[in-house]
Design a protein around this ligand. Structure first.
Ligand code: NZQ
Ligand code: ZN
Length: 395
């Protein structure tokens, strides 16, 4: 295990009806003038919007609304949020929604105090040195997936450049997250599937590592993966099963707050590749991962160094008996099981199923390897040529 620092101080307020305490919690955090950010119509349809407004009013919190966050959240809306925060002297950002809404708030919370354009930070044109002044962010989570409710990073798209990029800082974790599993009953099957694949991917990006002596984290990772797999099956049949929705919600947070990744060399190849794809083609993040991860596993199965961990995953997570003479066969079965799970929710598992052509393969491989000068990923170290082979397999 490698040296590490882990600090996650997000206050998790979990359970039925907890959204009602949002006003009081904001008051406790010292907020008095809030920017209330949300996406499209889902929170109005579910009645959550009215509950939030009532709670804010009851607590005497002044607020300005900013709706309109879309999946693969746009930098243009982040700029708008920054403008409002400055103009109205906002002292707290409240995100009500999924990862895209929370990420918009996180980026804006840093942008308020940055003198240049926020895309400088998002695109790493300007690197943050440690942390910088920012406004606090809190959230009411409606979609377990991105894990942004406790993570220290955010992902934002520039719709004109067709690039998705992200930045992080130690202080970026939300100060509180209200998590009521009942709020996720209304998620369509497709969105539930995207969420579960994303949660599993966050675990796997950390699990597939060559760092030694990480048995405890491996076992926790396997527990999260198995829990998501089992409860995903339940919510497909019973969308309003509180127990199953709770399990998935909790898994989403533990998968991404880095508790199971500390002290390990992590991979993040699939996220790097998926962010290129969703930056270009604006597909749901979980759908992109449903395409990349099983193909990535099959590619890595040929790498002798990667085989032992992939076999461990196949055996412990999917209950497969490892074929040590033909490891690729067992690993391919495990990849197939992940694909089957994604297909049950109607997710694509090939690029063509997502209406994505082959025209940008060279561009993607160049971006991921800086024109062939760098390696991408840590578990299997991908050259530009490897990436082109992998993309061909994903067609
Ligand atoms: O806009 P509304 O109407 O609210 O509808 C949303 C949206 O269309 C809908 N939705 C959310 N909660 C719902 C609901 N529909 C019905 N009932 C509910 N309870 O779901 C749609 C997708 O929402 P979005 O926030 O985009 O999804 P998700 O939470 O999966 O977030 C994805 C974003 O997070 C980024 C991704 O790249 C992507 O941009 N990520 C952020 C990370 C982080 N900050 O740590 C890490 C992740 O790896 C990921 O990259
Ligand atoms: Zn993700």
């Amino acid at each position: 295990m490698n040296n590490f620092i882990f600090q996650c101080s997000t206050k998790m307020i979990f359970g039925k009806g907890q959204e009602h305490v949002v006003g009081e919690e904001l008051k406790r955090q010292g907020a008095s003038n809030v920017l209330f950010v949300y996406g499209g119509h889902s929170i109005r349809r579910t009645g959550l919007y009215d509950k939030v407004v009532r709670s804010l009013k009851d607590a005497g919190i002044a607020f300005t609304e900013l709706p309109g966050v879309v999946p693969n959240p746009r930098v243009s809306l982040v700029r708008k949020a920054i403008e409002i925060c400055r103009e109205k002297k906002v002292d707290f950002l409240l995100a009500v929604g999924g990862g895209s809404v929370i990420d918009t708030c996180k980026a804006a919370s840093y942008g308020v105090f940055y003198q240049g354009d926020i895309w400088d930070l998002i695109s790493h044109k300007v690197e943050l040195q440690g942390d910088m002044q920012h406004l606090p962010v809190g959230d009411i989570l409606t979609l377990p997936a991105a894990g942004s409710e406790e993570s220290d990073s955010c992902m934002i798209s520039d719709e004109e450049l067709k690039i998705k990029s992200g930045f992080g800082a130690p202080g970026m974790r939300p100060v509180f997250s209200i998590m009521d599993p009942e709020l996720t009953y209304t998620l369509p099957v497709y969105q539930t599937g995207c969420g579960c694949i994303d949660i599993m991917s966050h675990v796997m990006e950390r699990y597939f590592s060559h760092t030694e002596d990480t048995e405890m984290e491996d076992r926790m990772a396997e527990a999260i993966l198995k829990t998501v797999i089992d409860n995903f099956e339940i919510v497909l049949k019973e969308p309003e099963n509180y127990g199953a929705r709770s399990e998935i919600m909790l898994c989403g947070t533990w998968a991404q707050n880095d508790m199971i990744g500390s002290g390990k060399e992590q991979d993040w190849f699939n996220h790097g590749l998926e962010h290129e794809i969703s930056g270009l083609y604006d597909i749901a993040h979980g759908a992109g991962l449903a395409i990349t991860f099983p193909h990535w596993m099959e590619f890595c199965a040929k790498d002798k160094q990667c085989q032992p961990k992939l076999l461990q995953y196949a055996e412990r997570v999917w209950g497969l008996s490892p074929d040590y003479l033909h490891p690729e066969k067992t690993i391919s079965k495990a990849a197939g099981n992940l694909r089957t799970a994604a297909l049950k929710a109607g997710l694509p598992t090939t690029l063509s199923a997502a209406n994505i052509g082959t025209g940008k393969f060279e561009y993607i491989a160049d971006r991921m390897t800086d024109g062939g000068k760098k390696i991408a990923g840590n578990f299997h170290r991908f050259t530009k040529e490897d990436i082109l082979v992998l993309l061909e397999a994903m067609k």
